[in-house]
Write a protein that binds this ligand. Structure first.
Ligand SMILES: [Zn+2]
Length: 308
């Protein structure tokens, strides 16, 4: 487990969210990360999520009607995660087990192989896009357009599993959808003027965002890579591109050790900035109530600034 080395920008984002929450009077948050911890009634659905994106969406859709458990806890990395016996037991007891799908949580296969699925319905976030959906990689939650489809798929899933809650689920989905519709517009208008590549001295999990909006991302490693050593050729390509395109900033991901990004920044003269991929969340951001939509809004602002 690696702790989040927060950049100044991430700290600012967390502070802004905390301030907003305090102003809106909802700053109190239990250490228990169940969304229904304070509900007087038994939850209508018990849901275990492997990763943060589906947890975040289901939290918005289901509110206090569902009880959520997040397997990759705040501060932990999704890649290389190994589910414990307790994780398996929780999944077996749940009504729904919501995976991400593909390489993002490939380790979840071991859960499906080891638990009885008599009670639990297992679905993936990727499958919410539809049977014939085409996507560049499984980090679909980096794209607001795909998040909208995923929210629709997840709210259909909850309505089917608990028809009595339909009104609540549809209302929760509609409210959260509005955030992603605004982000969809924001990224669409950014793409009309963006000329410079977004350069990551890190993994590159933004293939869906790049494809859906026509943005250009280049990185040192593929989206789910666990590599930390980069070849001299790759480093030279990233550095040359950063210098040629005069990018004002190069990026690393949340929870990532930015050593490689620092080397790239020193070689190119660009600043070091952070982007959220959303696949995991730091403890500080989680406690501040940061949502996936907040993360994408932060990224939109960062990428917009890096076009100057
Ligand atoms: Zn990944």
């Amino acid at each position: 487990m690696k702790l989040h080395k927060k950049t100044g920008w991430a700290a600012l984002a967390a502070c802004a969210v905390l301030l907003l929450m305090l102003l809106s009077g909802c700053g109190a948050r239990k250490e228990d990360i169940s969304s229904s911890a304070e509900s007087a009634h038994a939850p209508a659905l018990e849901i275990v999520c492997t990763m943060f994106p589906q947890y975040d969406m289901l939290r918005a859709i289901g509110g206090e009607r569902v009880r959520l458990t997040l397997m990759v806890q705040p501060g932990m990395e999704a890649h290389g995660f190994a589910p414990t016996v307790q994780d398996m037991a929780a999944a077996e007891k749940a009504d729904l087990l919501v995976l991400t799908g593909g390489d993002a949580d490939a380790w979840a296969e071991s859960i499906l192989e080891n638990i009885s699925l008599d009670k639990t319905q297992a679905v993936s976030l990727v499958s919410c896009l539809g049977e014939n959906a085409v996507y560049a990689d499984e980090h679909i939650f980096t794209s607001p357009r795909k998040c909208l489809a995923a929210i629709d798929g997840l709210s259909d899933l909850l309505c089917k599993a608990d028809p009595d809650g339909e009104e609540i689920y549809r209302a929760g989905a509609a409210t959260y959808r509005a955030r992603f519709e605004a982000l969809d517009e924001g990224f669409s208008s950014l793409a009309q003027t963006a000329k410079k590549p977004v350069i990551l001295g890190d993994r590159q999990p933004f293939a869906c965002l790049a494809e859906d909006y026509g943005l250009n991302f280049i990185g040192a490693f593929s989206g789910c890579s666990t590599d930390t050593e980069v070849s001299a050729e790759t480093m030279a390509r990233l550095t040359d591109t950063a210098i040629r395109e005069e990018v004002p900033a190069v990026f690393h991901l949340e929870l990532s050790e930015p050593a490689l990004c620092r080397t790239l920044a020193e070689a190119s003269g660009a600043q070091i900035r952070m982007l959220y991929s959303g696949q995991e969340i730091s403890r500080a951001d989680f406690d501040a109530g940061l949502t996936l939509a907040d993360m994408l809004a932060y990224d939109l602002a960062q990428i917009t600034e890096a076009q100057i």
